[in-house]
Design a protein around this ligand. Sequence first.
Ligand SMILES: *[C@@H]1O[C@H](CO)[C@@H](O)[C@H](O)[C@H]1NC(C)=O
Ligand SMILES: *[C@@H]1O[C@H](CO)[C@@H](O)[C@H](O)[C@H]1NC(C)=O
Ligand SMILES: *[C@@H]1O[C@H](CO)[C@@H](O)[C@H](O)[C@H]1NC(C)=O
Ligand SMILES: *[C@@H]1O[C@H](CO)[C@@H](O)[C@H](O)[C@H]1NC(C)=O
Ligand SMILES: *[C@@H]1O[C@H](CO)[C@@H](O)[C@H](O)[C@H]1NC(C)=O
Ligand SMILES: *[C@@H]1O[C@H](CO)[C@@H](O)[C@H](O)[C@H]1NC(C)=O
Length: 461
Amino acid sequence: MLLQMSFLCLSCLAVFSHSQHQASLSRSNDPTGRCVYTFEVISPQETSCTRNSTESEMDEVLTRLTLLEAMVSQLIARGGSGTGSGGLRYNDEYLQEAYAQVTRERNQLQLEQEHLKTQVQKLQSTLAELSLETERLRQRPSEQTNTSGGTLHENRPLRDPGYHFKNTSYQEMKAEVKKLPASHLIPEGNHSLTGCGELLSVGDPVLHRKADAITGKYGVWLQDPDPRGPYYTKNTVWRIDAVGKEVRQLFIYENIDQFSKGFPMKVLVLPEPMESTGATVYQGSLYYQRRRSRTLLRYNLTSENLASLLDLPHAGFHGQHPYSWGGYTDIDLAVDEQGLWAIYSTSKAKGAIIISQLDPESMKVRRSWETKIRKNSVGNAFMMCGRLFTIASYTTPNTTINYMFDTATNEGQSIAVPFMNKYRYNSMVDYNHAQRKLYAWDNFHMVTYDVRLGWVGQGSS
Ligand SMILES: *[C@@H]1O[C@H](CO)[C@@H](O)[C@H](O)[C@H]1NC(C)=O
Ligand SMILES: *[C@@H]1O[C@H](CO)[C@@H](O)[C@H](O)[C@H]1NC(C)=O
Ligand SMILES: *[C@@H]1O[C@H](CO)[C@@H](O)[C@H](O)[C@H]1NC(C)=O
Ligand SMILES: *[C@@H]1O[C@H](CO)[C@@H](O)[C@H](O)[C@H]1NC(C)=O
Ligand SMILES: *[C@@H]1O[C@H](CO)[C@@H](O)[C@H](O)[C@H]1NC(C)=O
Ligand SMILES: *[C@@H]1O[C@H](CO)[C@@H](O)[C@H](O)[C@H]1NC(C)=O
């Protein structure tokens, strides 16, 4: 401050060197040689005249420079008084430290910049893919077509000869829903020891989230009924949008509230692309089918790497034995009170649903059951209490859970429990025994259904 003021005084002196007194008279020759008298009086108001801009700019720069010099000399002085003769070295060290710090920060920023660049590239390619997909969706014939088949791709897999597939370039497919004759019997058996009763009724769907992008027309969303590891709990929500050629992104939400608000806490990129909507989360692992294969993958959600990988023997895949919806729903993984299951079919079973109980560690088949219901005749299926339940239609709003197969008795039978496809395009239905709810993805809408379990004549859960 002091310095600044003294500088201003200096400049005053330079300009008004002749105005030490109240007034002054001077004499000089003008260019024509005539004598000119100049009489100057100091203005009582103004301490300085407005000078021309070049001059004032120069002055400003000079002022700043002087200020800086003053600060430097103050610093040196302070360092000197603090550490005696080591003042300069102290400053040196301080500067070196600061320099190192700046260098580290710069390197960090460069790393982050590169990281961002690759992310931008990834996003751009995803965007390109999505535009393509959107374009295809647009070019597709009307939504509710009346075909009975699936899609053709370049590497068309072997199919059962009885199936006639239509040529569309998209994963989705439609089928006429063949409803099975439904009786109104409630199945036999006593599961009270496991906490499992009969399925008495399913509530109306409760909406939790609506997808806002085309990638969210169908997908998988789940909570782990039996979580492991330090990071994730029963409240954690897992979501995968399944539209697209390379389905790899796993969104993680802290709880259902954050999920509803659309704030993921993390996004994992899976090492292998996923097929369809059959994935499940169980005991800290994500289980899913690798794209265009019968290979099952177990992805450890804590260590974030592939823990095991195994082919599901003879399982049809990529459009051989899907649900009536299609969408390559050939292999549907499920979890219930009794563990991990695969719902699928084989050529040998001629499209009838096979249920296999899998070892959660290795995914080896422990035991299999063959049912008498064709996989492509039902809209979806889930496991509950060691029993398979199938849903008659994925698109009829008022449909039924129309068949039940009990692995304990090795017997199946028709049932009729009302079930609502509120949004008319239900691509995924899974049971979560910890929450006692069905989780479903119905045409962009992520919903749950309460289930009421009980015993015949008792009617409570
Ligand atoms: C401003 O000052 C500069 C340098 O003193 C001078 O060359 C220039 O002619 C002046 N401009 C005006 C408009 O007075
Ligand atoms: C599908 O429906 C259209 C009219 O909606 C009809 O012309 C066509 O024959 C139907 N195709 C099949 C395979 O049923
Ligand atoms: C069927 O698909 C092939 C390639 O996938 C394409 O060249 C052909 O035009 C399609 N046919 C029809 C009728 O869409
Ligand atoms: C099931 O078991 C419970 C308790 O063991 C019993 O009260 C109930 O009557 C049984 N229900 C049937 C249908 O056997
Ligand atoms: C997953 O990985 C973590 C960390 O490596 C490990 O502690 C845990 O046992 C693994 N979980 C499973 C189910 O393999
Ligand atoms: C569907 O079920 C709801 C109640 O669950 C009922 O109000 C509605 O009338 C039913 N619609 C049809 C077409 O059966």
